[in-house]
Design a binder for this molecule. Structure first.
Ligand code: TRP
Length: 362
């Protein structure tokens, strides 16, 4: 079977380091293995509109931001198809048919949708489009017959929902759709990178994000004001690692080679952690190290972004070409879906003959 990767992001803001360790970095690594027959990376503008219906300008402005972040991270349009969801109308058609296979109560049980409804104060009146976005996400995934979907942990319920739709569809209409596998980050810190304030999730409204395009001075400021262990007051006090954002970030970003480069008096992260827990290691020193690590990680990304920013029309052209290719693939799947669902009347000569015979001489 072909190996096909699909994933995407809602264009509601620039991407941040949480997106990077949660999925982006992995996508680029997978892309560069050359193991995949096809890779589709989608800017999910239609999904972004399900809870930003009154703010289309925000979605429109952020398409290019997300595209630049993708290219900056190393997604390569020669190897990966970058496209915009709304430019592939076949996805809407697929969603419409999948809706028949999902119950309202099943959608109501989706924990990610539940918490998003709370966050957006939608409890009293949930937009139907928003409520059903897990179904449209199943369309995104199945339209490309994706086998691997690298995403963050919060997307697990969407992949579950997709698998259920695939099973139901194949059971009712015959083997047509392909079941995807979720690919989660393999370390705890990358699974749930907290905001710089130690709060659970990075979000623009909380002002606790470090963006991929962040300038060096701002990265430094954010690192030096990061939440650590509030009981670690004097250098000689023993420090805690749990909930200590600086160490969580080191878990997510540190590579072995950064020790000889920036902190040669320690062998590795375990030794640094042990010293911190024992007491005698100050927060400032750890923050200085983390700042060096983040600067080293983000500098090449920022520089590449600046290169792509010099030719914005070329970036739109990448997306246009990608959307065209994506539409061709989705159209083929839609055709197969319609045949399976018996709604392919005009291309079914046997049907027309059969009906003609039925009415012959009548
Ligand atoms: N829900 C994803 C997010 O919020 C974006 C998305 C839309 C997606 N369709 C997808 C991710 C299909 C993976 C596969 O970031």
């Amino acid at each position: 079977m072909k190996k096909i990767m699909l994933t995407g992001d809602r264009p509601t803001g620039r991407l941040h380091v949480g997106h990077y360790v949660g999925s982006l970095r992995r996508r680029v690594e997978l892309q560069d293995t050359g193991d995949f027959d096809d890779i589709f990376i989608m800017i999910a503008d239609a999904q972004a509109l399900t809870d930003n219906a009154d703010n289309p300008e925000k979605v429109r402005q952020n398409i290019i931001e997300v595209a630049l972040d993708y290219l900056a991270c190393g997604l390569d349009p020669e190897k990966s198809t970058l496209f915009i969801q709304s430019q592939v109308p076949e996805l809407c058609e697929l969603s419409f048919y999948y809706m028949n296979l999902v119950t309202v109560s099943r959608l109501q049980r989706n924990p990610t949708v539940k918490s998003e409804i709370k966050m957006r104060n939608f409890e009293a009146s949930i937009p139907v489009g928003f409520f059903t976005y897990p179904i449209s996400q199943a369309a995104d995934i199945t339209a490309f017959k994706a086998t691997v979907v690298p995403v963050g942990e919060d997307q697990m319920p969407m992949i579950e929902q997709t698998k259920e739709i695939v099973h139901k569809f194949n059971f009712v209409y015959g083997e047509t759709l392909v079941e995807p596998k979720i690919l989660l980050p393999d370390n705890e810190a990358c699974l749930r990178l907290p905001g710089t304030d130690g709060k659970a999730k990075m979000s623009k409204s909380l002002g606790n994000c470090i963006y991929l395009s962040e300038e060096p001075g701002d990265i430094k400021k954010k690192v030096f004001s990061m939440f650590t262990d509030p009981t670690h007051i004097r250098i000689e006090d023993p420090g805690k690692l749990e909930g200590n954002t600086v160490f969580t970030y080191l878990d997510a970003f540190c590579r072995p080679e950064y020790f000889p480069e920036f902190l040669p008096e320690y062998k590795d992260l375990d030794e640094l952690k042990a010293h911190y827990q024992r007491g005698g290691l100050g927060d400032m020193k750890v923050k200085r190290f983390l700042n060096n690590v983040l600067q080293a990680e983000l500098e090449p990304i920022r520089n590449r972004r600046k290169e792509f920013q010099k030719d914005i029309p070329a970036v739109y052209e990448i997306l246009r070409k990608g959307s065209e290719k994506a539409e061709q693939v989705a159209a083929q799947t839609l055709k197969e879906v319609k045949v399976a669902m018996k709604i392919d009347y005009f291309s079914d000569e046997a049907l027309i003959r059969e009906q003609a015979e039925k009415f012959a001489g009548g």
